[in-house]
Design a protein around this ligand. Structure first.
Ligand code: IMP
Ligand code: MG
Length: 188
């Protein structure tokens, strides 16, 4: 995760990032994912969506409201060491889930899978809470950046190796609330 400090002093706010995935395309895909998850967990009772802060907050809000099955919401926060826009691969837990998830069906909801280190770490962490099952859902994935093998059970879009912002994703805390997913050029 980036911090403002890592790129302080540089102009990182871009007014109109070039669109990669439009608002209506995101909306349509989120509906499809919600339908698929609802069907897959139809007979499982309540599922727990674990949103990964901060980037997944908008995706989680939309996805959770499109589900037609009982669902509970938890949040988790992690940060990866490293500077600028490149993760070092070392992931640190900032905030664990609050409620008990033991024996429950978990879907981890991530904004983006880049190298895969964060999601891999999260799966291990969630498993340590002894849930009934763990699956993963990510809005976007940069497949060509993969460094570790990690399963994304519900994927929105595969995207090229570009820095993307909007729909929850940021560049040094900028452009998180952009309604579409756009491309920016990192300063580092
Ligand atoms: P990982 O390399 O798969 O561990 O990804 C780590 C984290 O880096 C993601 O959860 C995001 O918070 C962040 N990240 C990676 N690529 C991007 C991007 O293009 N835009 C915004 N955040 C990103
Ligand atoms: Mg993330």
């Amino acid at each position: 995760m980036l911090t403002s400090g890592s790129v302080s002093g540089k102009n990182v706010s871009q007014a109109n990032p070039e669109a990669l995935i439009k608002e209506d395309e995101i909306d349509a895909r989120v509906r499809e994912l919600a339908k698929q998850i609802s069907e897959d967990y139809e007979d499982c009772g309540e599922i727990v969506l674990v949103g990964v802060l901060k980037g997944a907050f908008i995706f989680l809000a939309d996805l959770s409201r499109r589900l037609t099955i009982p669902r509970a919401i938890e949040f988790i926060a992690v940060s990866s060491y490293g500077s600028g826009s490149r993760s070092s691969g070392a992931v640190r837990l900032v905030m664990d889930v609050r409620g008990s998830i033991e024996g429950r069906h978990i879907v981890i909801v991530e904004d983006i899978v880049d190298t895969g280190h964060t999601l891999k770490y999260l799966i291990g962490l969630i498993k340590s809470h002894r849930p009934a099952s763990v699956k993963t859902c990510a809005l976007v994935r940069k497949a060509e950046r993969a460094e570790v093998d990690v399963e994304v059970d519900y994927l929105g879009f595969d995207i090229p190796d570009k820095w993307v912002v909007g729909y929850g994703l940021d560049y040094a805390e900028h452009n998180r609330t952009l309604p579409y997913i756009g491309i920016v050029t990192p300063a580092d």
